[in-house]
Design a protein around this ligand. Structure first.
Ligand code: NDP
Ligand code: 8X3
Length: 251
């Protein structure tokens, strides 16, 4: 059956890939993000392929804007079946004792508080309907800290705790909660982390075949379409030559 899927951070990387894969799966997609130009371009492309698409422009750190966007959804788009909490970022790779305060705020406000805001706005409707699926994009970074990962790793450990906590809170309903934990995925992630130092970002993906956004989106679509009694609770997805957050074999 056709689902309504809301994806945060749908303008790039894993979120954009989820938008395409869910649309190709025949679902109605609500693309959300900050970049109107990208939102409109992706929406136009998907609509041209026959998909039903809606765009909402807001920053997940802005609670009022997020609330207005979700509450302003047209009636036939309100019953969200799948929330993909994907918007997120890493900023910096400095030792914790030298970290940048603004970088810390950016990561905590987006990866933890933004995800929580969206959960708070969307999940009550799912509870009312006794139906729904929350797919949080965590990370291998949430399993164990790696050098310089400190605050980013902490935010992804928080995504695990929030996914586990939510799963407990909805265990008496038909709602499912999935924590997707990718490893090295080649997206705009490292350009953002290194504040636009594209050479430094590119080096990260040299000597290893990294994952793509599509690889992660495939798992999201699989989890969302598993039989109703099957809850894909957590998935760790690594590149073949990556063994953990800190063990990556480059050849
Ligand atoms: P990208 O930088 O390519 O995409 C991130 C997306 O999140 C963009 O659409 C970005 O929009 C959006 N976003 C960031 N901040 C906000 C905000 N405040 N409000 C709304 N949207 C926002 O990176 P990825 O696709 O790789 O990252 C997606 C998720 O995957 C993140 O949660 C990341 O932590 C996680 N992840 C990534 C891995 C990787 O190796 N790439 C591995 C494991 C997890 P904008 O362009 O406006 O900034
Ligand atoms: C992104 C993957 O290993 O760079 O979450 O932290 S990693």
């Amino acid at each position: 059956m056709k689902k309504i899927v809301l994806i945060t951070g749908a303008t790039s990387g894993i979120g954009e890939a989820c938008a395409r894969k869910f649309a190709q799966n025949g679902d109605k997609v609500i693309l959300t993000g900050r970049n109107t130009t990208r939102l409109e371009a992706i929406a136009a492309e998907l609509k041209a392929q026959g998909a039903e698409v809606l765009t909402l422009q807001f920053d997940v750190r802005n609670r009022e804007a997020a609330k207005a966007a979700v509450e302003g959804l047209p009636a036939d788009w309100r019953a969200i079946d799948v929330l993909v909490n994907n918007a997120g970022l890493a900023l910096g790779l400095e030792p914790e004792y030298e970290g940048d305060y603004d970088d810390w705020d950016g990561m905590i406000d987006t990866n933890i508080k933004g995800l929580l805001t969206m959960t708070r706005l969307v999940v009550p409707g799912m509870v009312e309907r006794n139906s729904g699926h929350i797919i949080n994009v965590g990370s291998v970074a949430g399993d164990a800290a790696y050098a310089g990962g400190n605050v980013y790793c902490a935010t992804k450990a928080a995504v695990k705790a929030l996914s586990d906590g939510l799963r407990i809170d909805v265990a008496n309903t038909a709602i499912r909660v999935t924590n997707l934990k990718p490893g090295l995925v080649e997206t705009n992630f490292s350009n953002v982390r290194f504040h636009g130092d594209t050479d430094r970002a590119a080096k990260l993906y040299q000597g290893i075949k990294p994952l793509t956004g599509d690889d992660i989106a495939d798992v999201a679509v699989y989890a969302a379409n598993a039989p109703a009694h099957v809850q894909i609770a957590e998935v760790l997805i690594l590149a073949t030559h990556q063994a953990s957050g800190s063990v990556i074999v480059r050849k």
